[in-house]
Design a protein. Structure first.
Length: 287
């Protein structure tokens, strides 16, 4: 496996997202003088445009979104977040409206919009953000999975698939959705109950770090804001070059037994052990 430094548009801001979540959590647990204030510099004003469910939503049609985008806000406005494949028409309607597109700083996408990311980047020349990690354990007609979210190894591997795919498609950031939930993980939809997975689970007085938490951490711990994705040849891996020229490579091993992976980076070769059904991160320090 080798890495080169050919640049794409993808960077990772997961570390910043995790830090923001931790700061926001302080609001309910400390006195005002101890609260860390986190600024908001961008807004995505609609979640899953055109999607109408049984919980509170904010469905809007193409022209309504375009009219809103024409109004200059006090902070960055991102178009989205866009979810269903049919909602591509919203992006095209807004971005083809010169008055609206002038105020759009980026496009937020999730779920079934992955196929359109390269086209959005090439056509509209604004960054694309993946705004909602799939929370897994999807509802079924038998309602056999509504009492407790699994938060298991299978979901961790499923999560890696989503993260690595969207990053390779070219998104500039990838957002976890459910940061912290209780063991049930129930949503607000009473017609279609859904026990959703999360990164962290609070059960009584215990904070549980789920396998998916560690998948996000493999990326977030060493990939800095402003990093640029670099190509990887061979293996199930994603790599970035940090602003200080350090190279970070995250590997996934889908076999049951440990794998020894040879990695060539920066003119040297390293052997990295990756546990079965697990991940490993190489943080190469630039000289």
């Amino acid at each position: 496996m080798t890495t080169d430094r050919s640049e794409t548009r993808a960077t990772v801001n997961a570390q910043r997202v995790l830090a923001a979540s931790a700061g926001l959590a302080l609001v309910s647990g400390t006195a005002a003088a101890d609260v860390e204030i986190i600024g908001i510099n961008a807004e995505l004003r609609d979640n899953a445009s055109l999607f109408v469910g049984n919980a509170p939503d904010c469905a809007a049609d193409d022209t309504a979104v375009a009219r809103f985008a024409e109004r200059l806000p006090e902070r960055e406005i991102w178009l989205g977040t866009i979810s269903n494949p049919s909602s591509k028409s919203i992006v095209d309607t807004v971005m083809s409206n010169s008055g609206a597109a002038a105020f759009v700083s980026g496009i937020g996408v999730q779920w079934s919009q992955d196929q359109y990311v390269p086209g959005y980047l090439s056509s509209y020349q604004v960054p694309v953000m993946q705004t909602e990690h799939r929370c897994g354990n999807f509802p079924n007609q038998q309602q056999s999975n509504i009492d407790r979210a699994p938060n298991d190894q299978a979901y961790a591997e499923e999560s890696w698939g989503y993260i690595s795919h969207y990053i390779r498609q070219g998104v500039s950031s990838y957002m976890a959705w459910n940061m912290v939930l209780d063991p049930a993980g129930r949503n607000l939809d009473m017609v279609r109950p859904w026990a959703q997975n999360a990164l962290l689970v609070v059960e009584g007085s215990t904070l549980i770090e789920t396998p998916t938490y560690y998948v996000f951490r493999h990326v977030a711990q060493y990939v800095d804001p402003g990093a640029v994705r670099v190509d990887v040849q061979g293996g199930d891996a994603v790599a970035w070059k940090n602003p200080d020229d350090d190279i970070v490579v995250v590997f996934h091993n889908d076999q049951n037994s440990e794998a020894q992976i040879n990695v060539a980076v920066g003119g040297s070769t390293y052997q990295v052990p990756v546990p079965g059904r697990g991940w490993a991160t190489l943080n190469w320090q630039a000289p």
